[in-house]
Write a protein that binds this ligand. Structure first.
Ligand SMILES: Cc1cc2nc3c(=O)[nH]c(=O)nc-3n(C[C@H](O)[C@H](O)[C@H](O)COP(=O)(O)OP(=O)(O)OC[C@H]3O[C@@H](n4cnc5c(N)ncnc54)[C@H](O)[C@@H]3O)c2cc1C
Length: 423
């Protein structure tokens, strides 16, 4: 049965949910606080599981044409001497997981999803900040007092979600500060590429001060390269939002890095920093069973595992598939419960993986780091020697077991959701 659905937020979660739900014939409206789509941000990885989701949404061709940058390899270097720590060819990933790993500029990614939503007649209302939620109707109340009513409200409004605050008791929300910041720096790409010392640096690099995912993230004539690097907390970030960061300090932090990286940092003309948190909830849905959270609003994770966006895509496809099993409005609460059972265990394991990786990527030199590099040399669990795929429905015991990486990247959310719904 087609439902009237209101989604809050035009991030990866909100837009992909709009596409998945309108593919199923639902009538979707999105309300977004910003007056235009946010065209900011750096590099995002779409791993094989995300690529599969984009295909299942019916937007893969557009994605490949408009924004995907096919990396021929994932290459990580030691920060101090530039030596290769690991090097995996994308063709190996395709052999293993059937889909490649893409690099995408966040703004292009969002534009592609936005175009997909508009093509499917989704109504997108920009400049509509949700200020409260009536979970029983359900409805959202936007600035100015207008009520937008629906059969189902989806909160896809990010890590500082207002919908979450309105429907989940404070005692059931855990927002953890793990002591990491993200620093966003802008480089004039043309300068970097024309300098023979910095041009090969368009690759990733990890070290104790920061993990730098350096990639040429935008096609076309963009001249500014924006990089979000992840770093253990420094004194100049503060809770409650982004701040401008002192560039001379950044240059000092990166003193132990190769001369090429130091040179790169000398080109930085602007930097902002903000604190990272992960979010764990007892429940993702309202007591009424008519409002559900997805994406970062439900389960923000540290970005070290590069999976938050992929989890948002998986949420969207799973939710649309689950709603197919709701024969009428009264069946929605039970089906949302099922959706949560399907999604929560995976998202929580990936949260733990993000925490583990945060320490791996930013280790000080020493025996632990040497041990880590030995493991990385063996391709971090990728490659033909991989353990066999876990039986459908089974979870890896922890992010540290060999079956974790294939489970993370080889996952087919539609296959898994259908399997769980049929049980
Ligand atoms: C530095 C960094 C690197 C990352 N790298 C990767 C990666 O490589 N791969 C990956 O898969 N993931 C990555 N992630 C995670 C990924 O970016 C997020 O998980 C994903 O973007 C979350 O999308 P979302 O739609 O849930 O939330 P958001 O993108 O935060 O979108 C929320 C939307 O809701 C709107 N909104 C907020 N409040 C209101 C309101 N009151 N009313 C109306 N609208 C509102 C906002 O304006 C926004 O448009 C990274 C994250 C960071 C920080």
């Amino acid at each position: 049965m087609p439902f009237r659905i209101v989604i809050v937020g035009t991030g990866i979660a909100g837009l992909s949910a709009a596409i998945a739900l309108s593919n199923k014939g639902h009538k979707v409206t999105i309300v977004e606080a910003a007056f235009q789509l946010q065209a900011v941000g750096g590099f995002v990885v779409a791993d094989a599981n995300a690529s599969r989701c984009i295909d299942q949404l019916g937007t893969y061709q557009k994605f490949v044409e408009k924004c995907g940058i096919d990396h021929d390899r994932i290459l990580f270097r030691r920060y101090a001497d530039g030596q290769c720590v690991f090097d995996i060819k994308n063709t190996e990933l395709v052999d293993q997981f059937n889909y490649p790993r893409w690099g995408v500029h966040r703004a292009d990614y969002q534009q592609m999803l936005y175009a997909g939503a508009i093509e499917r007649s989704v109504e997108v209302r920009l400049g509509c900040r949700v200020v409260s939620v009536d979970e029983n109707c359900p409805a959202v109340i936007i600035n100015g007092g207008e009520r937008v009513e629906a059969d189902l409200v989806i909160g896809a409004d990010g890590v500082n979600s207002v919908v979450r605050k309105a429907i989940i008791p404070e005692s059931d929300i855990t927002v953890r500060d793990r002591g990491f910041d993200v620093t966003r720096v802008n480089y004039p790409e043309s300068v970097i590429l024309s300098d023979p010392e910095t041009a090969p640096l368009m690759e990733a690099c990890n070290g104790p001060v920061g993990c730098i995912p350096m990639q040429p993230v935008r096609r076309g004539d963009t001249k500014i390269l924006c990089v979000d690097y992840l770093n253990p907390r420094e004194s100049d970030s503060a809770p409650g939002g982004a701040r401008r960061k002192d560039i001379t300090k950044i240059r000092a932090y990166f003193k132990p890095y190769t001369s090429a990286i130091q040179k790169l940092m000398s080109y930085v003309d602007e930097a902002i920093v903000w604190q990272l948190h992960d979010v764990t909830l007892k429940s993702w849905m309202s007591k009424s069973g008519k409002v559900i959270l997805i994406g970062d609003a439900a389960h923000a994770v540290l970005p070290f595992s590069g999976s938050g966006g992929a989890m948002a895509l998986e949420d969207s496809l799973a939710l649309a598939e689950c709603l197919d099993h709701a024969s009428d409005i009264d069946a929605i609460p039970k089906i949302l419960q099922k959706f949560q059972e399907i999604r929560k265990p995976r998202c929580e394991l990936i949260r733990d993986h993000g925490i583990n990786v945060s320490h791996l990527w930013t280790m000080q030199d020493g025996p632990q780091q040497q041990e880590r590099d030995k493991i990385f040399k063996h391709k971090m669990g990728f490659g033909p020697q991989l353990p066999p795929r876990l039986p459908l429905g089974e979870l890896p015991e922890s992010p540290n077991v060999p079956t974790f990486q294939p489970w993370l990247r080889g996952y087919d959310i539609l296959e898994f959701t259908k399997y769980q719904l049929a049980k």
